[in-house]
Design a protein around this ligand. Structure first.
Ligand code: SAH
Ligand code: SF4
Ligand code: F3S
Length: 493
């Protein structure tokens, strides 16, 4: 794979070697280059970042936007922009196909605006065959970079603005964590916070460890400092992000557990809600359950990916737990935190999965009764051990099981949701409802969505209105009606 670290260009003679100072130097340079371009075309330049993939990618996109904003691009909601960046995902084949499909349209936009720049980054770019295909069939792309050097975005933009040919910079791995670069948050009042990067688990179906590299935890003091700054800037809810948050801190110079980190975060004044994802069942400790049960701020929600209910398949998946251990863990969680919402991820059609294996999964679903579940059809990722397994399951068989699972998951989820009907619960108000401007939309501690109206004189029945001043605040809302996956509510002030 190509590696063009520290490429010298004429303009970097004065560039600092240390990060993040080096990137601030390039931000200044980019700012000047963009001003020149603006002058030449007589208008502001626009940029658009499109995110494919998980919350990690969404957080990375906020970092890209922070740089774009700093260097002078006006961010727009359309891909007909002067600079379009696709932050890609490769966890399943359809994520890749989506990117290739949409790149065609971008190419057409570029024909109309030859000065347009197109950049691709994220997990897909860490795969050599992807970069080869892009170089061959999508020659209009200007910049390709990966997951390990995203902090170098400013420097790479300067190169793309000044070099006439495609700039490719992909690193195979890194031990570096660069702090303190600009970030532009999507929401004023809530934010994702990376606590670790990469993954060491190598579940046999999963491409993530290959494209995100080895597990690296951030120093607790850096995480706390970032959250304190976010809170000072109006954030009341954080989502701590990592592929396996339960193994946080194990390889730091001064090891610390995830539960200990949570206790430190809990002390931050002004922070009201703490969420985290994802928890790997094999590492979920009693200490974490205890801390969650005692906490006033940690949301009563656990995303606990099951993947399969069959112990035989779990072994082939390299998950390091079996059906019984998973069920025992759920029982322990519910005993300590009775109102906890449990959600999950499930894969159907892993190589060698028989009807009996699938029925084991269905059995776990019926026993646990998840509040919601993401269900996926197994997707073969080249380079992973599962891709080499011989007994790949025929599509028709997978589809039938998948439909059955989805129906069961949805039925249980809506029954569970109904249990809260009539309750009055705290809701973090997120926005005015997208379809009905008389409603506000927010989330419960268990992450369910609530659309609600406000009645200012306390009389339900008068004309409802959406009080925008409540956005970013946590208010009590009565859950009047459960609509399956969301609630309609009322707030009387
Ligand atoms: N680190 C998280 C998951 C990250 S990927 C964890 O361990 O739970 C998110 C989800 O995508 C996974 O939980 C899994 O259900 C699904 N997934 C990953 N690889 C997949 C594949 N090859 N085919 C189908 N689904 C997959
Ligand atoms: Fe993939 Fe497993 Fe790592 Fe999650 S824990 S990212 S499923 S390898
Ligand atoms: Fe996709 Fe990368 Fe996330 S592969 S799921 S964007 S870590």
């Amino acid at each position: 794979m190509e590696k063009t670290r520290n490429t010298q260009i004429s303009m970097d003679a004065g560039a600092p070697v240390m990060e993040p100072q080096r990137q601030f130097y390039y931000m200044d340079l980019a700012k000047r280059l963009i001003k020149e371009r603006e002058k030449a075309c007589g208008r502001k330049l626009t940029a658009h970042v499109e995110t494919f993939g998980c919350q990690m990618n969404a957080r990375d996109s906020e970092k890209l936007r922070g740089i774009l904003d700093t260097i002078g691009y006006v961010q727009v909601d359309t891909e007909e922009a002067d600079f379009v960046i696709y932050n890609t995902c490769t966890v399943r084949e359809n994520a890749n196909n989506k990117v290739y499909g949409r790149l065609g349209t971008l190419g057409n936009y570029k024909k109309k605006n030859p000065e347009m720049m197109i950049a691709l980054c994220g997990c897909m770019m860490q795969e050599a065959h992807v970069v080869e295909r892009l170089k061959k069939d999508y020659r209009f792309v200007n910049l390709i970079f990966g997951t390990h050097n995203i902090f170098k975005f400013a420097e790479l933009v300067v190169r793309a603005l000044t070099e006439k040919q495609l700039v490719v910079d992909i690193w195979e791995d890194t031990t570096e964590i660069v702090e303190d670069l600009p970030v532009e948050r999507k929401y004023r009042f809530k934010s994702g916070v990376n606590i670790m990067f990469g993954c060491n688990n190598f579940c046999s179906y999963c491409i993530v460890p290959y494209v995100r590299g080895r597990e690296r935890s951030r120093e607790p003091k850096d995480i706390i400092r970032e959250i304190e700054r976010l809170v000072a800037d109006g954030v009341v809810e954080v989502m701590l992000l990592g592929q396996n948050v339960n193994s946080y801190g194990k390889n730091l110079e001064q090891p610390i557990t995830f539960a200990e980190l949570l206790q430190e975060i809990e002390k931050i004044d002004g922070l009201e809600r703490i969420r985290f994802m994802t928890s790997h069942p094999k590492d979920l400790s009693d200490e974490l359950i205890r801390v969650m049960a005692q906490s006033k701020k940690i949301c009563k929600h656990m995303h606990l990916p099951l993947q399969s209910g069959s112990s035989r398949i779990l072994k082939k998946m390299n998950r390091h737990y079996d059906k019984e251990q998973y069920l025992a863990l759920v029982e322990k969680l519910r005993a300590a935190i009775p109102d906890i919402a449990i959600t999950t991820d499930i894969i159907v059609g892993f190589p060698g999965e028989t009807r009996e294996d699938f029925l084991e999964t269905l059995d776990v679903v019926q026993k646990v009764r998840y509040d919601s579940a993401f269900t996926f059809i197994y997707s073969k990722r080249s380079g992973t051990p599962a891709a080499e397994m011989e007994d790949q399951v025929p599509e028709e068989e997978v589809k039938e099981n998948f439909d059955l699972l989805l129906k069961e998951v949805q039925k249980i989820a809506s029954e569970k949701a109904k249990e809260l009907e009539g309750a009055t619960l705290p809701v973090l108000v997120e926005q005015v409802n997208e379809h009905d401007s008389t409603l506000l939309t927010g989330r419960l501690s268990n992450n369910s969505v609530v659309h609600f109206s406000c009645f200012s004189d306390g009389v339900s029945g008068e004309t409802p209105h959406a009080d925008e001043s409540l956005i970013g605040r946590i208010v009590d809302v009565k859950l009047v009606e459960c609509k399956g996956f969301y609630y309609l509510g009322e707030m009387c002030v």
